[in-house]
Design a protein around this ligand. Structure first.
Ligand SMILES: NC(=O)c1ccc[n+]([C@@H]2O[C@H](COP(=O)([O-])OP(=O)(O)OC[C@H]3O[C@@H](n4cnc5c(N)ncnc54)[C@H](O)[C@@H]3O)[C@@H](O)[C@H]2O)c1
Length: 358
């Protein structure tokens, strides 16, 4: 490996986790941080300086691209900005991008950002970080080794909406199943608070049926058939499985079941014992022995310096786009009441499509 990458982060709330991962990487020199909010910017600058870096602070994103010329870029701004910022960064000459989930608001944007990165040879990863966390890697290994026999169902549930939260569930379910193609999805969702066209709600705040400046649903259920593999059931928002924690995954096979009871750092992996009850999984590696976001950056930096491709990264754009198409397919199925199969032809965000006048 040779050379260092000039790193930069735009959007400095969740972006602080990206900043921390870059600051801890020996091949990355953090040279710029950018946020419209001066307080967020100052906190990030303070953290970077405490770690021995001397980045410049920007409030103007195009100015940061032009003046700091980042090579490794983290995009952690609200969802509606991800695709445009990715394409602008590619045009400005970045060498690698880690963009927050969801990758975009609609399929037209998602396909365009993946195309722009591919054409420019820029590896793009989407921050579904659980893919490189200890839990999911261990679970995927168990499934692949046949520990559960034939897996017929993965049930995934969490609070929140599909774009911001369900995207993680879909991504995890596809990862556990070995990243197969999907055959069809059938879903229903409801949005009780339609606050009209006024863009409201930022970050975690859902206001009037909006979040991050785009409409969101209150609850969704979906059933999806994976090619040659299990079915996936998704239950989110107020249709989630009651009592289950955030990002809960149950994997059912012919010889047994495994349950990841959310993101807890305590005991969160269980198997179904002989008496039919859940028992903690014995002899597994401790949770989060390998913090996921730094691990993702370790792989991204390595493949960037080696001239590699996003397909070499588990969180790479190819896997993310497959899951995003399924996410949009589920929302479109709920909108139309029909089964949706890939390739999904609805390129708009289904919640922003005007209802049929009939
Ligand atoms: N991977 C995860 O586990 C995870 C967790 C939380 C959030 N996220 C994602 O991270 C992203 C950000 O989430 P958040 O909770 O930090 O949101 P937030 O709204 O709290 O913060 C976004 C930040 O971006 C800044 N910003 C907005 N527009 C900007 C612009 N044009 N130029 C520069 N800065 C701008 C805002 O000032 C704000 O500080 C979202 O896409 C969200 O889905 C991912």
């Amino acid at each position: 490996m040779g050379g260092r990458l000039r790193g930069a982060v735009v959007g400095l709330r969740m972006g602080r986790a990206h900043l921390r991962a870059m600051l801890g990487h020996p091949e990355v020199e953090v040279s710029a941080v950018c946020d419209l909010n001066p307080e967020a910017r100052d906190k990030a600058l303070e953290e970077a300086r405490a770690a021995g870096a001397e980045p410049r602070g920007f409030d103007d994103w195009p100015a940061m691209l032009a003046e700091a010329q980042p090579e490794l870029l983290a995009i952690a701004t609200p969802n509606r900005l991800h695709a445009a910022m990715t394409c602008q960064a590619v045009a400005a000459g970045v060498r690698a991008i880690c963009c927050e989930k969801p990758m975009a608001l609609d399929l037209a944007e998602a396909r365009a950002m993946v195309r722009a990165c591919r054409e420019a040879g820029v590896p793009l990863v989407i921050n579904h970080q659980r893919r490189v966390g200890t839990d999911l890697v261990w679970l995927r290994e168990q499934i692949a080794a046949g520990a559960l026999g034939e897996v017929s169902l993965i049930r995934a549930t969490c609070a929140g909406d599909m774009l911001s939260d369900g995207t993680h569930l879909i991504d995890s379910a596809l990862f556990l199943a070995g990243d197969p193609e999907w055959e069809w999805v059938f879903a229903g969702w409801h949005r009780d608070q339609d606050g009209g066209d006024e863009v409201v709600g930022g970050g975690f705040d859902k206001v009037g049926g909006w979040r991050f400046g785009h409409p969101v649903e209150d609850g969704l259920f979906a059933v999806c058939q994976l090619a040659g593999g299990p079915r996936v059931e998704l239950l989110t928002g107020d249709l989630r499985v009651p009592g289950r924690p955030y990002h809960d995954l149950e994997i059912m096979g012919s010889r047994g079941s495994l349950w990841r009871a959310g993101d807890s750092l305590g005991t969160n992996l269980f198997c179904r014992g002989a008496d039919g009850g859940w028992e903690p999984v014995p002899d597994r590696p401790g949770p989060d022995v390998r913090p996921a976001i730094p691990e993702s950056y370790r792989r991204l930096v390595e493949l960037t310096l080696a001239g590699g491709d996003d397909r070499e990264h588990p969180m790479g754009a190819a896997n993310a786009l497959r899951g995003f198409e399924l996410l949009i397919g589920a929302l479109e199925s709920g909108r139309t009441g029909a089964v949706v199969r890939p390739p999904v032809s609805q390129e708009c965000y289904p919640l922003a499509v005007a209802p049929d006048p009939t």
